[in-house]
Design a protein around this ligand. Structure first.
Ligand SMILES: [Zn+2]
Length: 250
């Protein structure tokens, strides 16, 4: 039972697929760099020399430059005159702004999906969550990527192209932010919260779905430790220093 493979994202799991025409080559360069940044192989602040990248990917500097320009628009790359390109390094302030906007837009995604997803879409999401669970057990960047893809699937299911574009961009920026400010190997999302979201969509409770999404993304931020706006207790801050000096207090 072969169905039309529409909207199937390119696989490219273990590397770059063979590329043919110049158009797809340009897209391939962009995608390879984007994936390397999101999977944190290329770290924030790292230099991105056009010639070295061009050599390694077997493409011209022009194609590399085009890809870097596109990634700069998406906030993943910094382009500075005379200093070349580097992987972007958003400030904590910018990071908070990104998460605020993302929360607003994904609340909308949740409202739009509540009561409107088909049983087939619900099973697709459930299958994805099972993949996330398996990846979490193995650890590594795959779990982070899959968690991000869950949110992309959701926005794609709204069928709103503009919303897709914005959420996709914000999600990439969030991955970069988590690479900088997140705990090492912290997975972005709790799988149990993804399950609750699917449940709310199926039940058709738009208000609950929006609240769950809001809460979920706030939790992502606090898990990633980028929202320490609450004053931290000085005793907690000093604990490791006290321990390292062999001091024991209260
Ligand atoms: Zn999530």
């Amino acid at each position: 039972m072969e169905k039309n493979p529409i909207r199937k994202p390119p696989a490219g799991r273990g590397g770059i697929a063979p590329i043919a025409s110049p158009g797809t080559r340009a897209l391939g360069v962009y995608r390879a760099l984007r994936k390397a940044i999101i999977e944190q192989a290329l770290r924030p602040g790292m230099k991105l020399p056009e010639d070295t990248i061009g050599d390694r990917l077997g493409v011209s500097r022009t194609l590399v430059r085009e890809a870097l320009a596109r990634l700069a628009i998406e906030g993943l790359v910094d382009l500075k005159p005379n200093r070349g390109a580097t992987v972007a390094y958003p400030t904590l302030e910018e990071a908070r702004d990104v998460f605020d906007v993302r929360r607003g837009l994904e609340r909308l995604v949740a409202e739009l999906l509540a009561g409107r997803i088909t049983p087939a879409q619900a099973s697709e999401l459930e299958a994805h969550v099972r993949l996330e669970e398996a990846a979490l057990e193995r650890g590594g960047p795959e779990a982070i990527r899959l968690a991000g893809e869950f949110h992309i699937k959701l926005v794609e299911m709204t069928g709103n192209a503009l919303l897709c574009r914005y959420v996709q961009e914000l999600s990439s920026r969030c991955s970069l932010i988590l690479a900088i400010y997140g705990r090492p190997h912290s997975s972005e999302c709790a799988v149990s919260e993804h399950r609750e979201l699917i449940e709310a969509f199926v039940k058709g409770d738009a208000k609950r779905a929006a609240e769950l999404m809001d809460h979920h993304l706030q939790a992502v931020v606090s898990r990633a430790l980028i929202a320490p706006r609450v004053e931290q207790d000085i005793r907690d801050l000093l604990a490791p220093y006290a321990a390292s000096e062999g001091l024991i207090g209260q």
